[in-house]
Design a protein around this ligand. Structure first.
Ligand code: SF4
Length: 309
């Protein structure tokens, strides 16, 4: 079988920073360190950090006093930040800087008196954190159809912000619908949507042109991985979202000679190797990389860690 690997794929700079934050915290402070929510949406990453001494909790109440506590890449609400401070927890904030940028935009709009509309998935942790960072009521919309149901008047001061990990084209379509309905609405350029999400979506779209079937490696909880699978499907290719090599099914490749592989922004490269090994058990592989955009984005570690180096 011929395998074509998308470029770029896998870990983005925000995920690298979040995972490094937990690993460095374990080295510097010893075990355990507490992580509020999954540090990123990938079971392999979470399990690996758990074996190294990280404890994942869903509520700060589970964290003992003075413990080292890490906020996940998706961000948290002000209420959670305040609770951690009031309890004297030693916080390392691994919120991706691009998510923090969305928080800042939303806060600034709210303070200036705009009604903020957040384009995103209502139940996603990033959206929940963002809602809790803005000191005003924020309305969440996910689809163009929902834009049509909004009850705001045309001349109200409105502003939009967007979840970082959505499908870029879908987000643009919702923003265009908002602009058509509310011509005076303001918001950041949709090119501000996370660079890694855009690059991986562009790459899988290109990949889909060259292959018979697409495997997206990532968690079903990972919004950006789900979107990669959807984009390949929209391009007319059978596409499967799988966590690792154990999910590979040989019947997917009957009558197929070229397989495209990509990975979500929270998927480590070791999972790509795992899938390649599973495919090698089906047939010999010829592997090539599809040329794509090179990424050189790095985010520095949270202040608390660097101060203790
Ligand atoms: Fe940050 Fe983008 Fe990665 Fe999300 S996908 S963690 S916004 S760099």
């Amino acid at each position: 079988m011929k395998i074509i690997l998308a470029q770029p794929r896998g870990f983005c700079a925000g995920v690298v920073r979040a995972v490094n934050t937990v690993e460095r915290a374990l080295q510097q402070f010893g075990t355990p360190v507490y992580v509020l929510h999954e540090i990123v949406h990938n079971q392999h990453v979470v399990d690996d950090l758990r074996t190294k001494g990280a404890r994942f909790v869903e509520n700060l109440k589970e964290v003992p006093p003075n413990a080292v506590t890490i906020f996940s890449a998706h961000g948290v609400s002000k209420e959670v930040e305040n609770e951690a401070r009031d309890r004297g927890l030693q916080v390392l904030d691994a919120t991706c800087p691009l998510v923090t940028k969305v928080h800042n935009h939303g806060r600034q709009y709210a303070v200036r008196g705009y009604q903020v509309i957040l384009v995103g998935e209502p139940d996603h942790p990033e959206v929940i954190g963002t809602l809790g960072q803005i000191p005003a009521r924020v309305v969440v919309v996910q689809t163009k159809a929902q834009v049509a149901t909004l009850g705001f008047t045309r001349n109200m001061p409105l502003a939009y912000i967007t979840q970082t990990t959505l499908c870029v084209d879908d987000t643009r379509a919702v923003v265009e619908a908002l602009k058509r309905r509310y011509p005076r609405i303001i918001g950041p350029d949709t090119r501000d949507i996370c660079y890694a999400v855009q690059n991986r979506q562009t790459a899988v779209r290109e990949l889909s042109q060259h292959v018979d079937v697409v495997l997206v490696i990532g968690s079903p909880q990972s919004a950006n991985s789900v979107t990669l699978r959807d984009i390949a499907a929209q391009a007319g290719k059978p596409s499967y979202l799988i966590a690792d090599g154990s999910a590979v099914r040989s019947e997917w490749f009957d009558d197929k000679s070229t397989i495209g592989i990509t990975a979500g922004a929270s998927t480590p490269e070791v999972m790509v190797d795992d899938v390649l090994n599973a495919l090698k058990r089906i047939a010999p592989l010829e592997i090539e990389n599809l040329p794509g955009r090179e990424e050189h984005v790095h985010f520095r570690l949270p202040d608390g860690l660097i101060a203790r180096q």
